[in-house]
Ligand binder design. Sequence first.
Ligand code: ATP
Ligand code: MG
Length: 376
Amino acid sequence: MILPPAMLGMLGGGQLARFFVIAAHEMGYRVTVLDPDHNSPAGRIADGHLCAAYDDSQALEKMAQTCVAVTTEFENVPASTLTTLAKRVRVYPAASAVAICQHRVSEKNFLREHGFPHAPYAEINTESDIPATDSSLYPAILKVARFGYDGKGQARVTNPEEALAAFHQFKSEQCVLEQMLTLDYEVSVVLARDAEGQIAAFPTSENIHRNGILDISIVPARGSIEDRDEAQLLARAVAEKLDFVGTLGVEIFVSGGQLYVNEMAPRPHNSGHYTLDACITNQFEQQIRALCGLPLGDARLHSNAVMVNLLGDVWPEGQAPDWSVLFEQTNLKLHLYGKHEARPGRKMGHFTVVGDDADTVLQHALAVRKRIKVEG
Ligand code: ATP
Ligand code: MG
């Protein structure tokens, strides 16, 4: 067991890392963040900030010297960084698990190899792969294999000609062409798994997206108990096959009454932010527990919850919304990430409404959302 006041290393300095730092501080740990941005949300509150690229050998050397264990807040950290650090200090999740999740082709192939249900897809390596694609894939989504997030690097296409045009638009980078499913709804399961293979899963969340970005999470998910339970089983099985250690988010589509794994995030997940206010242990504390070899905390939900994302769009012309509207709500928890610049689509914060009655909580969250003019 790694105990406080040990120094933990965090690769990445965004809001997920910031919540990690907050949880670590509460538990008595210290954190060094590696992030190339001087003003990163986590770097500013961490005990140490290595302001360097993720493959900077000096920074990695410093991290290995000063930290006893290292984890990550985002999947795009080079797998080689994790491998390098793992020679010197404890690193979870393993480079092999992160490598699968950071590349859509390996992710899809992983799902296929292990028999997990997923949307039909074709690997697109060169433009000559496109005419050969099965017509049953269309309408489809072309997704770049690397560095896509929040719907970026994705194009909806209805035939091979459009797929080709989109492929060129993505500068002929390796892609996945995925069949567009008609979604009943979307869910996710965030769970933690420790090095002994124990799993503590948070309840299934129902997720509503807008323009490819998570907008609202409703917990517990509406829909059938069978769907909720099946999502839990799928997520656990995925974590086991990845031999994952840490906090993992598994995104799942429900289409025609069937569940399909969409993608995995080898880190805490936006759809798990409700755990901060509605669960006995939150997803960031679990990440620390798994990393440090502490027993996982109780993941039970103590309140119904609805989480609403606050994107930069809520800051028209840089003007912040009237926060007093949110603070007037006594069962609402506001979390702002401390980002200086509000850009459309940028995740600036979120709020969670908690309560005993699921429907009342949802209506309340939607009413507040409307009052601060989150469009739509
Ligand atoms: P994020 O990082 O926010 O999870 P992303 O850029 O990695 O997003 P995906 O999760 O693949 O992208 O897709 C974003 C959203 O687009 C999904 O949550 C879903 O609403 C929609 N979507 C993606 N793929 C499909 C599909 N095959 N069929 C139907 N809808 C889809
Ligand atoms: Mg996604």
